[in-house]
Each structure stands twice: as structure tokens, then as C-alpha cells.
Ligand binder design. Structure first.
Ligand SMILES: Cc1cc2nc3c(=O)[nH]c(=O)nc-3n(C[C@H](O)[C@H](O)[C@H](O)COP(=O)(O)OP(=O)(O)OC[C@H]3O[C@@H](n4cnc5c(N)ncnc54)[C@H](O)[C@@H]3O)c2cc1C
Length: 355
């Protein structure tokens, strides 16, 4: 069986690893000239660690990443409550989020894929798709036509695969600007995420990336300026702004072509679900393509599961960014209660880690 994957992001690379380790012939094409150097997603959840374990990827991720073992909440700059993620029952053997910049995660996935015999062809853009009952023919800008048994569209939010097979990407752009900064700082909380809830629905967080490197994120246009904590920045590696959208493909497959990751859904970073959902889509799809599971129901099953995860992420985003004074007071009171009640701590940690 030959599978072509469009897109060498975390979703496409996971599909590649999972198919190659089961013996499929797999090629990944990507329009970029080389692997990404952007640190976008930093949180790898227990489910992803579990799914990537058989290929050995998890061992390498654990060796390079940093464990987030609790979440510290602040009311403006005042420490308010600490909720331990280690309180969660170990459903998948990992009761923490693993922090690692996305470019490092992709490098580990790519190295494993290549070691399993896979090929990544950069500088190759998918421009069209034709299919019949037996095969798919992919048109590319710079490598002519490529024939395969199945095509996985893991080509991100602007998926050309999705457009080529005519699947709608329903949803909306959300108002407001978000910002991130990757910095070196003299902040001492190296294994916890610190989240500041501020007036008027503003929030800012700082998460460790290993050593003295940290990631700041805020729903304002300047994450470092918005962060009320004194973190003593010594070097800024990267600052940027982004907009968020809420979109879901109407179907995740058509004939022999399947969508996964951001090509199938996009939402806010609340809860750190984006990359993890792509990894889950790909692991599920690869198993089904190799005869382990019902391929005909991939679209139905993933749509239902991803819809539920996205609803949870949206609930969290709305709660954390609500401008309502009453809602904020309620959230702060709830956090305080959870922080002193072990059964509630277990519930919070389970929900945060496992969705
Ligand atoms: C600032 C920021 C912070 C984030 N933080 C988190 C977080 O903490 N946790 C989390 O889980 N998620 C986070 N996300 C989301 C996460 O980065 C994405 O969900 C994830 O990258 C999706 O992976 P993907 O492989 O599906 O798509 P992408 O990473 O977008 O990869 C798609 C690939 O397809 C290639 N491609 C595109 N078009 C074509 C074509 N026509 N032909 C060939 N190749 C093509 C692109 O070059 C790219 O390499 C964050 C995102 C941003 C922007």
C-alpha cells in the first residue's frame, strides 16, 4: 500500500510514522523548502505521549521536553491558587503535560519517520487531486503527478487537499488579537504554567520551554507587556501576534482522500489541544488504513470526537477571557475551592490532561 501525505507538520509526520512502522510505503510532500523553525505548539498531552510510544517517539520527546506538573493561577500579579496536574489518576501513564517547542517535536517525528524508511520531499506543493475507485493521482507544482493508493491531507488550515476534494470548512474568525513571545528569563517556575487572570477578560500566561527559556501568551497584542509578573527577561527570541478562528471541516474524507489536523479543524490555543488533536487524528487514521479499525467510519468518528474536544477548548477560552466581573469572581472562587479540595483537584487535573 502506498500512501502520500500532503504536509510535514506534526499531523503529517505522525501519520507517516504510524503508517511506516506498520509496513506501508509512505511519502510526505511539503511546500516549504525545509522543516519549520517555529516553536508554535508547546504542550504535548498524555494521550499524544501514549499514541507516540510504540514508535519510540515518546522516549525522545521525554528526553528533550520539560514536564508541566501544575498550573499556578494569579489574580493580576497576586498568586491565587496552585492546581497540581499530578493529582490526576494516571490513565495513560503520564500525569503531566510535556513542554517542547513544535519545531523540536517535528524534528523527532521526522527523524523517526526517515529511520523507518519514509521519505519527506520538501519544495513540493500539492495543487490538485483526481481519484477513482482504485487510486489517487496528486498533481504537484514542481514534481509532476504522483500516484498513490490513499492521500492524507495534513496540509494545515489553508488545505489545498480539502479544497481540491470540495469539502467545506465551516466556521468563523474570532475577534481580537493574541500574542506570543519566546524569551530567556530569570523566572524560577520551571515545571509549571503560570496563568494570570486580569480585569476586562484579559489573560496572560508563561510556560517553561526548558532551561531558562519560556513562552508567554496573551489575548492582548503584546504578551510580555500584558504579563503582570516580574520575569526578568534577558533575551527575546521571537515575538508575534496571531488571530484565532473556529472552523471544522464538514467531512473528514471523500473516497480515498482523508483530512487530519488543522486541515480538518482549527480553534483557539486554550487548553493546548490543536497539535494534540492532529496527532490523535493521524494515529487513528493510520491504524484504520492498515486494517485496524473501520476506515469507512473515520470521518464520522473523528468528527464527533474532535467536535467534543473543540467545544471543551471553547468553553475554557470563554471562561478565561470573559469580561464579566461576576463570572471572573466566580472563576476565582472556584479555583480557590479546587486548590484546597483533593477530589476536585483530581477532577480538574483529569479534565485538563485528558479532555
Ligand atoms: C502561536 C501558536 C501557538 C500554538 N500553541 C499550541 C499549543 O500549545 N498546543 C497545541 O496543541 N497547539 C498549539 N497551536 C496549534 C498548532 O500549532 C497547530 O494545531 C499544529 O501545527 C497543526 O499541525 P498540522 O500538521 O495539522 O498543520 P501545520 O503545522 O500547519 O502543517 C501543515 C504543513 O502543510 C504544508 N502545506 C501547506 N499547504 C501545502 C500544499 N499545498 N502542499 C504541500 N504542503 C503543504 C505546510 O508547509 C506545513 O508544513 C498553536 C498555534 C499557534 C499559531
Amino acid at each position: 500500500m502506498k500512501v502520500l501525505i500532503a504536509g510535514a507538520g506534526p499531523t503529517g509526520l505522525t501519520a507517516g510514522v504510524e503508517l511506516a512502522r506498520r509496513g506501508s510505503t509512505v511519502e510526505i510532500i511539503d511546500k516549504k523548502d525545509q522543516g519549520s523553525t517555529l516553536s508554535r505548539a508547546v504542550g504535548i498531552n498524555p494521550r499524544s505521549l501514549d499514541l507516540l510510544s510504540p514508535s519510540g517517539v515518546t522516549g525522545d520527546l521525554l528526553a528533550q521536553g520539560v514536564k508541566f506538573e501544575s498550573v499556578r493561577f494569579y489574580r493580576e500579579a497576586q498568586h491565587w491558587a496552585t492546581l497540581p496536574l499530578t493529582a490526576a489518576p494516571q490513565r495513560r501513564g503520564y500525569n503531566f503535560m510535556l513542554g517542547l517547542p513544535q519545531d523540536q517535536t517535528e524534528e523527532i517525528l521526522r527523524d523517526t519517520f526517515v529511520a523507518l524508511g519514509g521519505t519527506v520531499r520538501y519544495g513540493t506543493t500539492l495543487t490538485g487531486v483526481c481519484q477513482d475507485e482504485d487510486r489517487v493521482i496528486v498533481e504537484t507544482k514542481n514534481a509532476g503527478e504522483i500516484q498513490c493508493d490513499y492521500l492524507v491531507g495534513a496540509d494545515g488550515v489553508g488545505s489545498a487537499t480539502r479544497d481540491a476534494i470540495g469539502i467545506a470548512y465551516d466556521g468563523q474568525d474570532l475577534p481580537g488579537t493574541w500574542s506570543i513571545a519566546d524569551v530567556e528569563a530569570g523566572w524560577t517556575h520551571n515545571n509549571e504554567t503560570s496563568l494570570c487572570l486580569m480585569r476586562d477578560g484579559k489573560m496572560a500566561l508563561i510556560a517553561p520551554l526548558g532551561g531558562n527559556r519560556f513562552r508567554a501568551v496573551s489575548n492582548t497584542d503584546n504578551a510580555l507587556a500584558a504579563l503582570p509578573l516580574k520575569i526578568n527577561v534577558t533575551k527575546t527570541h521571537r515575538e508575534g501576534q496571531f488571530q484565532i478562528s473556529l472552523r471544522l471541516a464538514r467531512e473528514f474524507s471523500k473516497g480515498r482522500v482523508f483530512l487530519a489536523g488543522d486541515a480538518a479543524h482549527t480553534h483557539s490555543p486554550a487548553g493546548g489541544r490543536g497539535m494534540n488533536l492532529g496527532i490523535a487524528d493521524s494515529a487513528d487514521l493510520a491504524a484504520r488504513l492498515c486494517g485496524d479499525g473501520d476506515l469507512a467510519h473515520y470521518s464520522r468518528d473523528r468528527l464527533a470526537e474532535d467536535k467534543q474536544m473543540i467545544a471543551g477548548s471553547e468553553q475554557l477560552r470563554k471562561a478565561l477571557t470573559s469580561p464579566s466581573v461576576a463570572k471572573r469572581a466566580l472563576i476565582l472562587a472556584g479555583l480557590k475551592l479546587v486548590s484546597v479540595t483533593p477530589p476536585l483537584q483530581r477532577m480538574f487535573a483529569s479534565r485538563f490532561l485528558y479532555g
